[in-house]
Design a protein around this ligand. Sequence first.
Ligand code: GLP
Length: 263
Amino acid sequence: MQVVVCKDPEEGARIVTEKILSALEDRPELVLGLATGSTPIGVYQHLIEAHKNDGVDFSAVRTFNLDEYCGLSGDHPQSYRAFMREHLFTGLNIPAENIHFPPSEGPELGEKCRQHEEEILQAGGIDIQLLGIGSNGHIGFNEPTSSLASRTRIKTLTEKTLRDNSRFYEDPSEQPQVASTLGIGTILDAKCILLQAYGEKKAEAVKASVEGPISSFWPGSALQMHADVTFILDEASAARLEMIDYFRKSRAEGLRLQEDNTI
Ligand code: GLP
């Protein structure tokens, strides 16, 4: 696990963007696992700039979003499909057929979720999975007590998550109570995971995920079992880490070793 404490979210967004663009250079048909929420927006803006200003081509990229609310149509402004169109897809040249969301509408969602797992496998698996984290430690919509081996499925949202996201709904009765989400097991199958978390509100979840015992009560802690995961933090979200000085030292040493061409 790597923990990078940035001076601000902008530095974090630049680091994540560079990783994606360098992977895309090596592999034009990159498979990206994408997240919603305010956290990844900086990265999405930089990817759009790279496409518009530097001609970076996304035409062979495949994407799999982490989650989607059940019961909202793709046109609903609070659906994650609408969010992704607004913040990323309209600014890039990813063909519509390369864009995937976990199934969230219509009958037989259980079976459709299983098919969704197949589609990820057929794409060759997720190369880079972007993550944010909920203040209760959820990743995607894998709420506390989600099985650490879970696959794509429907989850009921916790009161805490509903409260955190209630600001987006004028009429509380419109807020979905369930969502479909890639499972923790699905996320752990990604080849590389980049989790961004910014602000004091995330400090407890970051502490539990990075330094706590692995527990389904803090779903982010499952990432400790992944061989290539990086937590990209700012000072506020990293503030409760006991090992913060070590993480700072390790980043500085890593950069030095890279400059020396040792690694
Ligand atoms: C939602 C999403 C998560 C996201 C989280 C944090 O609940 N399902 O994938 O990580 O919110 O959102 P934000 O980045 O706005 O803090």
